[in-house]
Write a protein that binds this ligand. Sequence first.
Ligand code: GDP
Ligand code: MN
Length: 382
Amino acid sequence: MNLHEYQAREILKRHGIPVPDGDVAATPDEVTAIAARLGGRGRVVVKAQVHAGGRGKAGGVKLAATPGEAKAMAQEILGMTIKGLTVHKVLVAPAADIASESYVGIIVDRASQRPVLMVSPAGGIDIEEVAAKTPEKIHRLAIDPRYGLLPHQAQGLAFSLYKDIAQVRAAADIMQKLYAAFTGTGASLAEINPLITTAAGQVLALDAKIVVDDNELDRRPEIAALRDASAEAPSEVQARKAGLTFIKLEGTVGCCVNGAGLAMATMDLVKYYGGEPANFLDIGGSSNPQKVVNALRIITADPNVKAILFNIFGGITRCDDVANGIVQATRQFPLPVPMVIRLTGTNEQEAVQILTQAGFSALTDMDEAVKQAVAKTQGRAA
Ligand code: GDP
Ligand code: MN
């Protein structure tokens, strides 16, 4: 689950990281009021609150000299789309005077199986770009979760950002507090980009991004309460309500699978045969025709989908329930694209009968089904 910048800033602040004051607004008039209250005589910054980076480049971060100007900026930013997401809220904060911009972030790293702290003096811009063009400017440290981030480790990395010892100490302190925020929220990513120095020499977090591991939400209700469904992809919201595990991807093969492992294997095979999955979707172990109807509704709503692939391995999931779900769905709404169905296992015979009667054919071989589905997205026979 993604947090908004204003929510992440609040969490960093609670952990003692210096962050400029700020308040969030949904209308231009609220922006005027906040700018007048927080800006004093100085400038304010108006920032789009969407779950996307690169807002600055997209015109979603603007400086304003007066509350009136802040209102005008808010009128431009509210309602704009950044990377396909509509801006419903803006953050208004006193503008900081930037002397330098660095990057500090912690991610869960699969390779080292540890949280990895990354810092770079080349902050402000996308860290992916720095990693691609000038990887030597990124310094990494795998953190041993038994001991956490130790002071001397943080200081060592802070020396790669600053020469001034007071700033090194301030940055090291921020890194340790960021690690506390990272573990304290169950995050898979926590980053500050940019971490700035001001003309007066202060070190401040100017932007904050936290992604929380969804599996942590059940035991952290206070974090789960921060979810803003209006800022998420509608298909993912719908899927969560329907009890489906769904992640939207960019490809054209709509996948409907039971079990996360089989769903992963299916996506691998789609790629192996030259296709691209449009989604990860796990209908779960239980077999309920309604789940299949919901899944098909979500998959068919994606205009990128050129073919649908069912891959069901019937264990607890009964193939006939899935078949009934498919038939029910096609009675409720039209399927705009071809469908390839593979099912095997519990009640396979019954399923084949149900599908055949409804005019569908079913395969039992996974390779064959995936090949056919990929071919259909490319407008050819397998
Ligand atoms: P992002 O583009 O989505 O990562 O949004 P950021 O919050 O990182 O802002 C992008 C850029 O806008 C920063 O790297 C800064 O250069 C600039 N910016 C943001 N806040 C301020 C501010 O308070 N003062 C000044 N002068 N620039 C700012
Ligand atoms: Mn940023």
